[in-house]
Design a protein around this ligand. Sequence first.
Ligand SMILES: Nc1ncnc2c1ncn2[C@@H]1O[C@H](COP(=O)(O)OP(=O)(O)O)[C@@H](O)[C@H]1O
Ligand SMILES: CC(=O)N[C@@H](CCC(=O)OP(=O)(O)O)C(=O)O
Length: 258
Amino acid sequence: MKTIVLKCGGSVLDELSPAFFDGLRSLLEDGYIPVLVHGGGPAINSMLSLYQIPSKFQNGLRVTCEKTMEVVEMVLSGQTNRQLVRLLEHHDLIAVGLNGSDGKCLQAEYINKEELGFVGQITAVNKKMIEKLLVDRIIPVITPIAASMEETGARMNVNADYAAAAVAKALNAERCLFVTNVDGILVEGQLVEEATESDIQSFIADGHIYGGMIPKVESALSVLGNGIEKVMIVSGKKAFYQSGIWTGTAITSKERVF
Ligand SMILES: Nc1ncnc2c1ncn2[C@@H]1O[C@H](COP(=O)(O)OP(=O)(O)O)[C@@H](O)[C@H]1O
Ligand SMILES: CC(=O)N[C@@H](CCC(=O)OP(=O)(O)O)C(=O)O
């Protein structure tokens, strides 16, 4: 089974173009089965502000107290997951939404409970749950909420880029795509079509890569070390795949030979 994990960023959920869904259909026609993991950062921020709960981040991770966790779960499972499943169905794709903690699909441990609260890093992925859907060519749409390994019944908030990387590694995916609101890695406004690990490290060092792009490239590099040859950062606003042609930034493990 050739699987492709696509992480759909919260930044682009409201702007996914028909070409994005054509790309998914094209992948299915070419024998790939997509697995979606999605975010919802902007929608969580809006809901927190409606509840007058401040949004706090530490190194890009949301500091998540119990009240914040309730809102995170409500938005990811009740809003952004529903939105994405509905859009897929609207574009004739069969999808089933899963809260990451359902069936212990995603399992995590605390990163630093005192400082970050209910924020986890993935320690295990229950592939069985996901594969049951894939054999029937149903697209799983997974929220980045994980079941706690340490406390039965507890759930944790996981950065969606890291959650997607963990799913891609566990499924031994052919590719992992980070779908976002820009064409890929941009340097001085120009798309970088191919980047190696050392290119990325220098883009971070010189400030060309910053903010929300950092967890994406870190996740991309972590996936590459695990037998997945190509990871891409692509736009959800345009065509990212059509009959074997990919558009965006390809991140490869191989250093270029000059
Ligand atoms: N070099 C770069 N190329 C493109 N975007 C970048 C770069 N560095 C930082 N960014 C920022 O990263 C954002 C994407 O990350 P983020 O907002 O977290 O999206 P998502 O919700 O898709 O995870 C872009 O909109 C852009 O503002
Ligand atoms: C721990 C942590 O920061 N979790 C993220 C989960 C959602 C996410 O990652 O959404 P995007 O992909 O849209 O950024 C959060 O609460 O915002």
